[in-house]
Ligand binder design. Structure first.
Ligand SMILES: CCCCC/C=C\C/C=C\CC/C=C/CC(=O)SCCNC(=O)CCNC(=O)[C@H](O)C(C)(C)COP(=O)(O)OP(=O)(O)OC[C@H]1O[C@@H](n2cnc3c(N)ncnc32)[C@H](O)[C@@H]1OP(=O)(O)O
Length: 276
C-alpha cells in the first residue's frame, strides 16, 4: 500500500504509522525540488539490515520523482547522525543473515554514492564509521560546530578493518596520508579538524539544517545534465570497482567477521558500550 503512494505523500512519520510498518526514516519536502530523508532509528540510528534497506528504497523512491533535484540526509536525533553499522548484526550472526546484511550496506553505498540527486549530508551529531560512510557518500557535508562531536572511521578500535571501497572513499575525500593515519588510528575528528582535512565542507554555528536546505537549493539550480555527468566522471571508477567485486567483498566480510578473534573483539566492544 505504502509503495503505491507518491513519494511526495510519503512522509513516514512514526506518529502516522504503526510500529509493525515503521520505515525507520521520515521523508519531507521543504521546497519543490528538495527532499529531506531523516534517519529515525532510536537510540543511535545504527544501520541494521532493515534500516539500510529502508534508506536505499526511500532514496530510490525520491529519485523517481523528476521534480526532485536535491536530497538532504539528516537525523531525528540532534546528538547522533548515525552510530554506523549496527554492531549487533555482526555479533554471533548466522552466515546467511550476515551476508544479506553486508549486501544491504553495499547497496546503500552504491545507491547513495551514484544517485542523480545532489546529496547534502546535514550532520548535527556524532558520525562514526558507517555514519561517516553515509556522510562521505554525499556531495556536500555541513556539520554543527560542536567540538564534542566526532566524525571518522574508527573500525580498528573494534578490531576490524574498513573494506577496500570505504578506504578508497576516504582516500578520495581526505587524501592518502591523512586516510592512512586516520584509518590506522581509528581517529574520530572534531568538526574543526574535519573541516581542515576536507572531511566536511562547512561547519555551522547556528541552525545547520537551514544551511543544508540553502545548499540543496543552490545545487538544484545547477543544470542536471552537467552535474550528473560530472558525478559519473568523479565517482564511476569506485562504483565499478565495487560492482565488479560484490561477491568477493561479501566473502571477505563474512570470513573476517565470523573469525573467532573478530567475534571476541566485537563482544568486548559491545560490552564496553553498554557499560558506559
Ligand atoms: C584484510 C582483510 C580486510 C577485510 C575487510 C572486509 C570486511 C570489512 C570488515 C568489517 C567492516 C565493518 C565496517 C564497520 C563500520 C561500522 O560502522 S562499525 C560501527 C562503529 N560504530 C561505533 O563504534 C559507534 C559506537 N557508539 C558510540 O560511540 C556511541 O554510542 C555514540 C554514537 C557516540 C552515542 O553515545 P551515547 O552516549 O549517546 O549513547 P550510548 O553509547 O549510551 O548508546 C546507546 C545504546 O546504543 C547502543 N549502540 C551504540 N552504537 C551502536 C552500534 N553501532 N550498533 C549497535 N548498538 C549501538 C549502545 O550499546 C547503547 O545500548 P544500551 O546499552 O543497550 O542502551
Amino acid at each position: 500500500m505504502l509503495s503505491r503512494l507518491s513519494p511526495r505523500l510519503l512522509s513516514s512519520s512514526p506518529r502516522l504509522l504503526s510500529s509493525s510498518i515503521r520505515t525507520l526514516v521520515n521523508v519531507t519536502y521543504p521546497s519543490p525540488s528538495v527532499a529531506v530523508l531523516e534517519l529515525d532509528r532510536p537510540p543511535v540510528n545504527s544501520l541494521s539490515l532493515e534500516m539500510a534497506t529502508s534508506i536505499t528504497s526511500h532514496i530510490k523512491q525520491i529519485e523517481s520523482d523528476p521534480q526532485i533535484r536535491s536530497l538532504i540526509l539528516t537525523s531525528s536525533n540532534p546528538k547522533i547522525f548515525s552510530a554506523g553499522l549496527d554492531i549487533t548484526e555482526m555479533s554471533r550472526p548466522s552466515k546467511t543473515r550476515l551476508s544479506t546484511f553486508w549486501r544491504s550496506i553495499q547497496s546503500l553505498f552504491l545507491t547513495l554514492y551514484s544517485t542523480r540527486l545532489s546529496t547534502i549530508s546535514c550532520i548535527t551529531g556524532h558520525s562514526p564509521a558507517g555514519g561517516c560512510l553515509l556522510s562521505m557518500s554525499c556531495d556536500y557535508r555541513v556539520m554543527s560546530r560542536n567540538p564534542k562531536l566526532g566524525i571518522g572511521l574508527n573500525e580498528t578500535r573494534l578490531g576490524i578493518a574498513a573494506p577496500f571501497w570505504l578506504k578508497d572513499l576516504f582516500v578520495k575525500t581526505v587524501g592518502y596520508r591523512e586516510a592512512e593515519l586516520g584509518l590506522s588510528r581509528g581517529k574520530l575528528y572534531s568538526p574543526e579538524e574535519a573541516l581542515k582535512i576536507g572531511l566536511v565542507d562547512e561547519i555551522v554555528d547556528g541552525e545547520v539544517y537551514d544551511v543544508a536546505v540553502e545548499r540543496a537549493e543552490e545545487y538544484a539550480e545547477i543544470p542536471e545534465k552537467g552535474i550528473v555527468a560530472t558525478k559519473r566522471m568523479c565517482r564511476g571508477e569506485l562504483v565499478r570497482d565495487l560492482e565488479g567485486k560484490i561477491e568477493e567483498d561479501v566473502g571477505w566480510f563474512t570470513d573476517f567477521i565470523l573469525e573467532e578473534g573478530t567475534q571476541k573483539g566485537i563482544e568486548g566492544y559491545l560490552k564496553s558500550l553498554s557499560k558506559k
